[in-house]
Design a protein around this ligand. Structure first.
Ligand SMILES: C[S@@+](CC[C@H](N)C(=O)[O-])C[C@H]1O[C@@H](n2cnc3c(N)ncnc32)[C@H](O)[C@@H]1O
Length: 282
């Protein structure tokens, strides 16, 4: 299979799992509450698309021992790491498979009750295709869930020009890699275009726990692949490389950081596919 993640802005730097773990410390609880409120605990099977370090799939596996979970990612190193972490945690209701979000029906012939994806769409040049692929592997009575950020809403109080510049530089870099870190605001339209029905939309911005929130931006700039790409695209000078992370770490301490709005959409398949089953689980 082609390495679909080759253009992923965070690359294959092994510290990416730590960064995703820090993000999950902030976003895991709201993600879990959102899925629980929608009744995901009653489902039998769930596919987590672009699962990264597997933080959500492990949370779900622990919370719902009867739920059979498959995590998928285009990066084989992530897939292997996830399987190791799940084994270490003694979780036998989650497994991991390498898959490209654009072509989920290649590895998966089965259909899932829940198809879920978090923080993947921002990195795709054609999120619409991935949202359609998610629908293609959902059970006719299944449910579809997607959440992603609108990075330009990340805020600093009091405002801080250097931090705002750092945020905007990452926004630019993601675009240079073909993604859109503001994709969150477009999710409702994209899901509609992908044929998702009965859309339920909301968003939130995280400020807690502030210690983890403050680590997010400097940690982004620590990533080796991000640094290489910033240099390659002329968004950072070699001379600034070492000082910029220290500078960001110091400056976030002087402000309250609000993370980007996270947009969340859940929906169902078109009625023609699920009219016999309604909108709930089997
Ligand atoms: C920002 S991480 C999000 C990880 C996880 N969903 C979370 O919330 O912590 C995005 C992940 O998407 C994966 N990815 C990028 N392009 C992909 C594609 N075309 N198909 C599947 N996964 C992809 C990357 O390898 C990375 O692990």
């Amino acid at each position: 299979m082609a390495a679909a993640s080759s253009n992923y802005v965070y690359g294959i730097d092994p510290q990416e799992i730590d960064r995703l773990g820090n993000l999950d410390a902030v976003h895991g609880p709201p993600s879990m509450a959102w899925l629980a409120a929608a009744g995901v605990g009653q489902a039998a099977t769930l596919l987590d698309v672009g699962c990264g370090g597997g933080h959500m799939s492990r949370r779900l596996a622990q919370a719902y021992p009867n739920l059979q979970i498959v995590g998928t990612d285009a990066n084989p190193a992530m897939v292997a790491a996830c399987q190791g972490l799940a084994n270490e945690a003694g979780l036998d209701n989650v497994r991991y498979v390498e898959a490209n979000a654009y072509h989920l029906d290649e590895p998966f012939t089965e259909r899932f009750d829940v198809v879920y994806s978090r923080f993947l769409m921002a990195h795709l040049d054609t999120p619409l295709q991935a949202l359609k692929a998610m629908a293609a592997v959902a059970h006719p009575s299944g449910r579809l869930f997607v959440e992603d950020i609108e990075l330009s809403t990340m805020a600093f109080n009091p405002s801080h020009p250097a931090l705002a510049r750092a945020r905007d530089t990452i926004l630019k870099l993601v675009r240079l890699h073909g993604g859109n870190a503001d994709v969150g605001a477009h999710l409702p339209t994209l899901c509609q275009q992908a044929g998702w029905q009965a859309l339920n939309v909301d968003h939130y911005a995280a400020e807690e726990p502030q210690a983890a929130v403050k680590r997010v931006l400097p940690q982004v700039w620590c990533n080796g692949d991000i640094q290489t790409s910033l240099l390659r695209h002329g968004l950072l000078n070699e001379a600034d490389l070492e000082t910029v992370v220290v500078m960001l770490e110091q400056q976030v301490q002087q402000t309250t950081v609000t993370l980007p709005l996270v947009w969340r959409v859940h929906g169902t398949l078109p009625p023609t596919n699920n009219s016999l089953h309604g909108n709930g689980y089997p």
